[in-house]
Design a protein around this ligand. Structure first.
Ligand code: ATP
Ligand code: MG
Length: 261
C-alpha cells in the first residue's frame, strides 16, 4: 500500500483455534479504504472465521484487528457501528416482506419508524426490488434474496462492508445482478471485503486478492501480480500467462471450486 493511504481493515497475526485445530493460523491482511479485497480460498480455509473475527462476532485467541479506524478487540461496539455484514447464510426473516425486513433492520439500528421507512424505500429502489418488495421473502429467488441481504446490510450506509460468499448458489444471471449491485456500492466509495471460492468473481470485483489456505494468507496482490508470480515455466510447457485457476492450484495445492458461469 502507498504511504499515507487510509487503511480500512487491518489484521495482524490473528489466531483462532477450535478444539486444538487452527482455523486462523497467523492471519494477516491490510485493505485500503475505498478498495475491494477478495479473500479467496477453498472450503475450510478460514474465510468465514476471518469475517467473523473482523466483524467482532468472534474473539480471536490472539492478534490485532482494526476496522474502520477502531480496535475490534478493545472497542467492538464502535466497529459494529461502522460496518455492514452479509453472512454466508441469509439473515432476513422469511415470513416478512422485503420492505418489512428493511424497516425492521432500520428500527433495530435505532432509526425512527419514519426514517426507517424512508430508508427502506430508497434501498428498494436502489436494489431494484420494487416488484417484489411487498411479497413475503419465502417466495423470492436466490438472487433476489441476496440483493435483499445486501440492501439490509446497507440500512445505515456503513463505510466498510463484509460479504461472505455473496454469490454462492446463484445462477449466472443472478450472479451478474449481485455483481452489479456490489460494483455500484464500490463506486459510491464503500470499502468491501468479500470472500469467494470463485476466481472469476475475485478477478471481476477485486482490486486485490488474498489467497487464504490453512488459516493464513499464502499470496496477496492484484489479479495481474498474482498471475505474474507464477512464471510461465511452472505452468505446463506452454509459454503464456497462467490463469488464476492455475495460480490458485499452484499456491494452495487445491483445485478451485467448479465454475458455474
Ligand atoms: N464453530 C466451529 N467449531 C469448530 N470448528 C469450526 C467452527 N467454525 C469453523 N470451524 C473449522 O475451522 C476451519 C475454517 O472454517 P471456516 O468456516 O472459516 O472456513 P471457510 O473458508 O469459510 O469454508 P467454506 O468455504 O466451507 O465456507 C474449518 O476446519 C472448520 O471446520
Ligand atoms: Mg465460509
Amino acid at each position: 500500500m502507498a504511504y499515507g493511504e487510509a487503511v480500512a481493515i487491518e489484521a495482524a497475526d490473528v489466531r483462532k483455534t477450535y478444539r486444538g485445530k487452527a482455523a486462523l493460523d497467523g492471519f494477516d491482511l491490510t485493505v485500503a479504504a475505498g478498495t475491494v479485497c477478495a479473500l479467496l480460498g477453498p472450503n475450510g480455509a478460514g474465510k468465514t472465521t476471518a469475517v467473523r473475527v473482523l466483524t467482532t462476532l468472534l474473539r480471536p485467541d490472539s492478534g490485532r484487528v482494526r476496522v474502520a479506524g477502531c480496535d475490534a478487540l478493545a472497542d467492538p461496539r464502535s466497529v459494529r457501528h461502522r460496518i455492514g455484514l452479509v453472512g454466508q447464510d441469509a439473515s432476513v426473516d422469511e415470513v416478512l416482506t422485503g420492505r418489512q425486513n428493511l424497516v425492521l433492520f432500520g428500527r433495530l439500528s435505532h432509526l425512527t419508524t419514519a426514517a426507517a421507512r424512508r430508508r427502506a424505500d430508497e434501498l428498494v429502489e436502489r436494489f431494484d426490488l420494487a416488484e417484489v418488495a411487498d411479497r413475503s421473502v419465502a417466495g423470492y429467488s436466490g438472487g433476489t434474496r441476496r440483493r435483499l441481504d445486501l440492501a439490509t446490510s446497507l440500512v445505515l450506509a456503513p463505510p466498510v462492508l463484509f460479504l461472505d460468499e455473496p454469490t454462492t448458489g446463484l445462477d449466472p444471471r443472478a450472479r451478474l445482478d449481485v455483481w452489479a449491485s456490489i460494483e455500484s456500492l464500490v463506486d459510491a466509495g464503500t470499502t468491501v471485503l468479500l470472500t469467494t471460492q470463485h476466481l472469476e468473481e475475485a478477478d471481476r470485483l477485486a482490486d486485490r486478492i488474498a489467497i487464504l489456505d490453512g488459516g493464513r494468507v499464502v499470496a496477496e496482490g492484484t489479479p495481474d501480480e498474482l498471475k505474474a508470480r507464477v512464471g510461465p515455466d511452472r505452468v505446463e510447457t506452454v509459454v503464456r500467462k497462467p490463469t488464476l485457476d492455475e495460480v490458485f492450484l499452484h499456491l494452495t495445492g487445491h483445485r478451485p471450486a467448479a465454475r458455474t458461469s
